[in-house]
Design a protein around this ligand. Sequence first.
Ligand SMILES: Cc1cc2nc3c(=O)[nH]c(=O)nc-3n(C[C@H](O)[C@H](O)[C@H](O)COP(=O)(O)O)c2cc1C
Length: 179
Amino acid sequence: MMKIVVLTGSPHHPGSSEKLADAFIKGAREAGNEVYRFDAGRRTSEFSLIQLEDNHPGQEVAIEPADVVTNEVMPKLLAADMVVLVSSLYYYGMNAALKAVIDRFYHWNHELHGDKKAITLVSGYGQEDAFASLKLYFEQLFRYMRWERVGGVLAADAWNEEKLAKHIDEAYQLGKQVK
Ligand SMILES: Cc1cc2nc3c(=O)[nH]c(=O)nc-3n(C[C@H](O)[C@H](O)[C@H](O)COP(=O)(O)O)c2cc1C
């Protein structure tokens, strides 16, 4: 049994990346895992962007507001065995709300390092090559966090319902394999 945290970033409902998340979670729960999900893109009014204290030359110091990220998401993330990042492709990058949650990692940077597995679920209208910068970003992020990426789904051409359905099934199978 794994403790899994799923962070989604898209504000779109129903959306293609949301469907990937739904399918992954269905599979992961069927396989007996515990899943906590935070839909950052649809809950932006409940948390703030990172805020820093003034006058700290050298090292930035975060101010932690008592919002849902501090109170709910972080405790789940700190305890998680696996983190699943879910995004649609927005201007060659991830959804801003997902990045906003990642920036909030800063206050817990050391505690979050190491000992986690990671998965990415990404969708977008373009073809595979449109995802190059986001793929590289995730690679570098996971290397820095020392999280082991154990899989992912890349749903290119997400406008194509037939292709998307295949990727949704891929996400479900990926979830089922998690133990
Ligand atoms: C603000 C915005 C930016 C987008 N940028 C890109 C992009 O750079 N490349 C791309 O292939 N698709 C882009 N798209 C299309 C989305 O990635 C595509 O519609 C995707 O399926 C949306 O997934 P979602 O419904 O889960 O948000 C963009 C869509 C929006 C709304």
